[in-house]
Design a protein around this ligand. Structure first.
Ligand SMILES: *Cc1c(COP(=O)(O)O)cnc(C)c1O
Length: 864
């Protein structure tokens, strides 16, 4: 075979158009319509052909066209306006400037994620996790939060989906050429590409180059193993998101975590950017970043492994995203062993010290497994789930790591997801706000409470336009899809009548894991058919979703759905669109009236698509799971009753078939008796007043909550800033606190099993206690070698139930008052009875150290 050397010839822009180059590479255009319009107007047909990709557009224009535009004074004026606008956006004071003035806030935060969904042009995401990461970066940019993203560059991205004639999912992997996408290669000062390396087993070395995407103010570094220095298999390592088997996945994640930290060091060296003070691990995939950080501290600062580990944990933040066991990233421990021993050993990080981080070493855990979620939790002093319900579910799911503590003390908090409004709100909705609400800023929901000023008729007219835009998009996509599925031209006639811009439109689109129940609506096909074809109050459904390529069950569900929608009697009212992606979502969510979500509670950690729909005035119709469990308020949509009898945080014990039957029936009932009735209840002007009232309520009350700016502010105030403070405290004075904590942990782990509360006594309360009485509690503790100031002794008190459990629990500290000799001490404290009814209390001893963030942190406790 002939070795072909290829390179891309980039279009040289005429001087007056030079700013277009920055405007195309800064991804701010993906959420800034005026910049997109500028590119589109350069040549609308090329823009269409390149699917709205500015870099591809510039490459696709002829020199003649570019010269003509350069000579067009008006166009050049627009270019310069846009460039000024971008520069203002990048430098204007933002929320963080003020926040960091008041707080010792982090100078920089590294945000690691296996996927990033920023624009359809960079298909580096499979679903919600990646889009959330993209929205996180965009909102950080809006707020001026100094984040740097770290990920991998997948040249084949995630797959693009087509359908076969019989409705089976087909996968294509269009090759992305990094020269044709808005990425810049990171180079050393002498111009050579940055080379990040990683030791692999058998003496192999993995090389990676680093691409930078610029997301507004936020840089995103993407490692890419497709370089000549690698052998063929190493070159393919980062080819596909979630591709390949265990080896490949593990090496991808090593490159992401370990290589990612190395890339950050190069980034700081080349740009002078401050080193991150906080490391946020978005899901477990990047968890190996902790090992590289430990290795740095061991080799560079002379710490031992335990000391380094304590310092690293202080400034790590971990976010868990799924309560579905199959969704958790797990490796064969033997594979991990091979990859972190011998020539691949990380300096200062012995493999035997690594394996316990991922071990499922508890009852019910699996031997020989390395679990990345467990490593994430064990390696971060601060962690969270992504909605309140998911926080509770995670506390119960992972409580095995904190034995001896009740679930509500498990140190996993929650920050509910949000979405980036400028990306997800249709411009028509934004324009309507600008017209009537005075001062507005979609990024911060400013002015939305005045939504009542928008004339209802006009709001309703905009919703119709959005529906119509969706209908047109659906027809275009279905024409293309029908052709790839083998339909002849003559058979496409029906598509002209596909969907109706005046019919109640329900959307359902998401990945297709089983728990999301794509086909729940098909449970009673006759019932669904009746809803679709109702002569007075018809309903139409737009459905989309990709199944993971290895998930045959998901593909069967898609096939079942597609075959249902192929029915000539129904197909004008229900459609499955292939290749769900961000671009489709940006038309689909604004175009629907109702966004449907029917997951198996409580498996939907948050969900975000319903939030995007809400920002465009759609009403949610959903199982009370994820974010909807938190923010459904009775007037912003509908809750599908969950048939789960427990209805708690545990998954159901009910027969799944019966549960599906009940929940599907409830769904049909709601649509028929409430949703459709209200939608078609119009006044003389054709406006459904009561419906629009719900839309207004959704926009004004729910809108501000679902914003990713709210989410990023929450992360910044509740997790990043405390982590930065803890990280600094751990590192100050040559890591004095981290060293002391490591020594303390060792001592506490030895002492706690032998620590005894020998005797508890109380007085101050009569036989007939009254509210306001004071109870003095004394505890005699044998400290097993710890000093009295090295433990925290507490009375845990509250309402006592019949079964001797405590509710509405509070704690009161007992202080050491007497040294009793022999390593024993008396602790004493007083609490006031503030509530009537049965009162109960008990005493416990906990570790105490200035380097601990939480009493449960070490999983050590001695109860009386
Ligand atoms: C928002 C979005 C998702 C996530 O949807 P969920 O509601 O979290 O399931 C997935 N894919 C695309 C293309 C999206 O825009």
């Amino acid at each position: 075979m002939r070795a072909i050397r290829r390179f891309n010839v980039r279009t040289a822009l005429p001087e007056p158009l030079a700013p277009l180059s920055d405007l195309a590479t800064n991804l701010r255009w993906s959420w800034h319509r005026r910049t997109r319009d500028l590119f589109r107007d350069m040549d609308p047909s090329v823009w269409e052909a390149v699917h709205g990709d500015p870099v591809a557009l510039l490459a696709g224009l002829t020199p003649q066209r570019l010269e003509a535009l350069a000579a067009d004074g008006e166009f050049v004026g627009r270019v310069h306006d846009a460039a000024r606008g971008l520069s203002t956006y990048l430098t204007a004071p933002a929320w963080y400037d003020q926040f960091s003035g008041e707080q010792p806030a982090p100078a920089s935060i590294a945000y690691f994620s296996a996927e990033f969904g920023i624009t359809h042009v960079l298909p580096q995401y499979s679903g919600g996790l990646g889009i959330l990461a993209g929205d996180h970066l965009k909102s950080a940019s809006d707020l001026g939060v100094p984040i740097v993203g770290v990920g991998l560059f997948y040249k084949e991205g995630y797959f693009s989906q087509q359908l076969s004639a019989d409705g089976w999912q087909l996968e294509n992997y269009p090759l992305l050429d990094p020269d044709d996408v808005p990425l810049t290669l990171l180079r050393e000062e002498d111009g050579t590409p940055v080379d990040v390396t990683l030791a692999l087993p058998e003496g192999r070395t993995l090389h990676a180059r680093v691409w930078r995407a610029q997301v507004g103010r936020v840089p995103l570094l993407l490692l890419d193993s497709d370089v000549e220095a690698n052998d063929d298999s190493a070159r393919e390592l980062t080819a596909r998101l979630y591709g390949g088997g265990g080896d490949q996945r593990l090496q991808q994640e090593m490159l992401l975590g370990i290589g990612g930290v190395r890339a950050l060091r190069v980034w700081s060296r080349l740009t002078g950017a401050p080193a991150p003070e906080v490391y946020h691990c978005n899901e477990g995939h990047a968890g190996f970043l902790s090992l590289e950080r430990i290795s740095e501290l061991v080799t560079g600062h002379g710490l031992d492994f335990e000391q380094a580990r304590r310092a690293v944990r202080a400034s790590n933040v971990f976010t868990t995203h799924t309560p579905v066991p199959a969704g958790i990233d797990r490796f064969d421990a033997q594979l991990v062993h091979t990859h972190f021993s011998g020539t691949a050993e990380l300096p200062g990080v012995p493999v035997d010290a690594i394996l316990p981080f991922g071990a499922e070493d508890y009852e019910g855990g699996q031997q020989g497994i390395f679990n990345m979620a467990l490593m994430g939790l064990r390696m971060a002093q601060r962690s969270n789930g992504v909605s309140q319900l998911h926080g509770a579910v995670s506390r119960s799911m992972f409580d095995v790591l904190w034995p001896g503590f009740d679930d509500d003390e498990v140190p996993i908090t929650s920050i509910t997801n949000g979405v980036h409004a400028p990306t997800w709100m249709d411009w028509r909705v934004i324009a309507l706000g600008r017209k009537y609400l005075g001062d507005t800023d979609v990024r911060e929901a400013i002015g939305w409470e005045r939504i009542g000023r928008v004339p209802r008729g006009e709001l309703w007219a905009v919703k119709r336009e959005l529906r119509e835009q969706l209908v047109e998009d659906v027809r275009k996509r279905m024409r293309a899809s029908a052709q790839t599925r083998g339909a002849s031209h003559a058979e496409l006639g029906w598509i002209a009548d596909l969907l109706d811009p005046d019919v109640l439109t329900i959307g359902f689109a998401r990945r297709v894991p089983t728990y999301k129940r794509l086909t729940l609506m098909l449970r009673d096909p006759e019932r669904l058919k009746k809803l679709l074809l109702d002569p007075e109050r018809p309903v139409q459904l737009v459905i989309a979703g990709k199944s993971h390529p290895a998930d045959e069950t998901g593909k069967k569900l898609i096939q079942e759905m597609v075959q249902f929608t192929d029915d000539p009697e129904l197909r004008h009212r229900i459609v499955f669109l292939p290749n769900y992606d961000m671009r489709m979502a940006q038309t689909l969510m604004p175009g629907v009236d109702v966004w449907l979500n029917n997951p198996l509670r409580p498996y939907e950690a948050s969900g975000t698509s319903g939030m995007k729909a809400a920002l465009n005035g759609a009403l949610n119709l959903s199982i009370l799971d994820g974010w909807w469990d938190e923010w459904f308020d009775g007037s912003n949509g509908w809750a599908i009753p969950s048939a789960d009898p427990a209805h708690g945080t545990e998954s159901s014990t009910m027969d799944p078939d019966r549960r599906d039957d009940l929940e599907a029936a409830a769904l049909y009932d709601l649509i028929e008796s409430q949703v459709a009735v209200r939608f078609y209840d119009v006044d003389a002007e054709g406006v459904p007043q009561r419906w629009v009232e719900m839309v207004e309520h959704t926009l004004s009350v729910l809108g501000p909550k679902v914003l990713a700016t709210r989410m990023v502010r929450d992360y910044t105030t509740r997790l990043y800033t405390p982590a930065a403070i803890a990280g600094r405290a751990a590192a100050d004075d040559d890591f004095a606190l981290a060293k002391d904590l490591a020594a303390y942990v060792g001592r506490a782990q030895e002492a706690f099993p032998g620590l005894r509360i020998e005797h508890v006594e109380a007085d101050g309360v009569t036989d007939t206690p009254l509210i306001g009485d004071k109870l003095t509690v004394r505890a005699y503790v044998a400290l097993a070698g710890l000093r009295p100031d090295q433990v925290l002794v507490q009375v845990v008190h509250g309402r006592a139930s019949e079964s001797d459990e405590l509710h509405d629990v509070d704690t009161t500290e007992l202080y050491p008052v007497a040294d009793l000799g022999d390593g024993r001490a008396r602790f004493e404290g007083t609490l006031t009875l503030v509530r009537g009814g049965a009162f109960g209390y008990s005493v416990r001893v906990l570790p105490r150290h200035a380097g601990l963030a939480n009493v449960a942190e070490l999983g050590l406790v001695a109860n009386a």
